[in-house]
Design a protein around this ligand. Structure first.
Ligand code: AMP
Length: 498
């Protein structure tokens, strides 16, 4: 099918042609004609399917008639994260080049005053995160009574983020007669309930189940032990990866995003970070730096990265196995997009076995192991440098032979753990050259600005040369001698004892 057969206006068709799209994607093909007729749409699709254009293009046609009034926006798009909202704004800029539209973005972390000016001017399109939208509404800064089209995007992510009560409230504030375009990658029961309550006889369009992974992605698992060793394993994987152009690296926790980001930078890799605790400017700066190629690696948490459209990512690394198997599908869907090939490698520790089983059962296939599997994994190596130093000393005291036998394993480890030298020497000639930190004067201030947010944990106070020793050990860490774990039995004093 051609775009010209979908019923889109001439202005929109010209923009689509300028964007270089040859033919509509399945979701566009199925959703655009009924959306143009004013029908409600229930789109079950993930990012990467072209769903943004599936709702943006018919909206642009609708907006060709009429104009916005001050404080009364005409259409509203709800997005779970600021990045997604900003991405949709970009889509309006791209597809709306032939339209003179006022597009306003209401997201947290940006000054109220600028946003208010845009609303006052009259917004044809209002793109918002639920919290900031309701904040504006409650301050009496905007009215939702003029909304003709309401888009709820990434509804399942809204659910994960606790936005459903806000969404319900917004649905009650907009006119009953509006058109609703609703998108979700999955349909848990809470989302189904929401669609039953707020969609009117929707056309259901389902393009790919959230459990399917693209065949263009080569998936692999790599067994490793806890965090410090995983960082080591990851570095080796990055260095040895073939055709690695850029990579997104996922961690389960924000705190680990910060630790891994810092560690990669320390080892001379060109890396940015993206997680929910960073302020808006820092998040945008990281994302832009990655999109522009100023950094090659982006360390992310799920919430921050969900749905981001970063075309042409060659590799995805799961530093942690996701504990929700659907997140695995979303994560690895960052690569191998639009028919391109991609690689997704997941680091797995013995504790992750049950999550791997859940992932394999969701995607309906086994993921191959690269290197030894969990059962053949050698015991964890000693991670403490003091330990390494002690064994090195022992080796040299034992004489030539012992010293040499140490030199093999310890030297390999030292080479891998050694931070890259600073200055021009950071540009190493090995495959990591591509990834070695590039200093971009325009990006640098923003990255520096991100630091207080990225590195806000207590480890900041430690000297830099200790930063890569893994999370601080509390008490005896995992190595509590078993005699300390035995219950303590107190003898009761008998009368006469003394
Ligand atoms: P989305 O699922 O909306 O995040 O879109 C994923 C990517 O597909 C974006 O980079 C779009 O620019 C691109 N895209 C959207 N529609 C088409 C199309 N019909 N042909 C080729 N690429 C498209």
């Amino acid at each position: 099918m051609k775009f010209s057969e979908l019923g889109l206006s001439q202005k929109v068709l010209m923009a689509v042609e300028a964007a270089g799209y040859q033919q509509p994607t399945p979701i566009q093909e199925q959703a655009i004609p009924p959306a143009l007729q004013g029908r409600d749409i229930l789109g079950i699709a993930q990012t990467g399917t072209g769903k943004t254009a599936a709702f943006t293009l018919p909206m642009l046609c609708q907006l060709e008639q009429g104009r916005a009034r001050a404080r009364v926006p005409r259409t509203l798009i709800l997005e779970p994260t600021r990045e997604l909202a900003a991405q949709v704004e970009e889509a309006f800029t791209k597809y709306g080049v032939n339209h003179k539209l006022n597009v306003a973005l209401l997201i947290g972390g940006v000054s109220f005053a600028d946003q208010e000016t845009k609303i006052m001017r009259g917004a044809d399109v209002l793109i918002a995160t639920p919290g900031r939208l309701l904040d504006f509404f409650d301050r009496g800064k905007l009215l939702l009574t003029g909304i003709e089209v309401l888009v709820i995007d990434e509804a399942d992510r809204m659910l994960d983020m606790g936005f459903i009560p806000d969404i319900e409230r917004v649905c009650k504030l907009v006119p009953f007669t509006r058109q609703t375009l609703f998108f979700s990658a999955t349909m848990p029961s809470e989302i189904t309930r929401l669609t039953e309550a707020f969609l009117h006889n929707p056309v259901r369009v389902e393009v790919a189940r959230a459990s399917s992974t693209a065949s263009t992605i080569r998936q692999a698992m790599v067994a490793s032990h806890g965090h410090a060793e995983k960082r080591d394993t990851l570095r080796n994987l990055i260095r040895s990866a073939e055709n690695l152009k850029n990579a997104i690296i996922f961690c389960n926790r924000k705190r680990d995003v910060a630790i891994l980001h810092r560690s990669l930078e320390k080892h001379g890799f060109s890396a940015g970070a993206l997680h929910g605790d960073m302020d808006q400017m820092a998040r945008m700066a990281s994302l832009d730096a990655f999109k522009n190629g100023d950094v090659s690696l982006l360390v992310c948490s799920d919430v921050a990265a969900r749905g981001l459209d970063i075309p042409d990512v060659s590799h995805v690394f799961n530093f942690d196995v996701p504990t929700h198997s659907e997140d695995y599908v979303h994560r690895i869907g960052r690569t191998g997009r639009a028919g391109r090939s991609g690689v997704a490698i997941t680091l797995v520790t013995p504790d992750d076995k049950k999550y791997v089983d859940q992932i394999e059962s969701l995607i309906g296939k086994e993921v191959e192991w690269e290197g030894p599997g969990l059962s053949e994994l050698p015991p964890p190596r000693e991670t403490s440098r003091a330990g390494d130093r002690r064994s090195a000393d022992r080796g040299s005291r034992r004489g030539e032979k012992g010293g040499r036998s140490r030199s093999k394993s310890a030297a390999v480890q030292e080479r891998d753990d050694r931070p890259a030298p600073s200055g021009p020497a950071r540009r190493s000639p090995e495959p990591a050259t591509l990834i070695t930190a590039r200093r971009n004067p325009e990006v640098e201030p923003a990255r520096t600005a991100a630091r207080p947010h990225v590195y806000s944990d207590r480890r900041d106070r430690r000297p830099r040369n200790q930063e890569d020793d893994g999370p601080p050990v509390i008490g005896l860490g995992d190595h509590v001698p078993s005699f300390l774990l035995r219950p303590v039995v107190f003898k009761t004093a008998k009368a006469g004892d003394e």
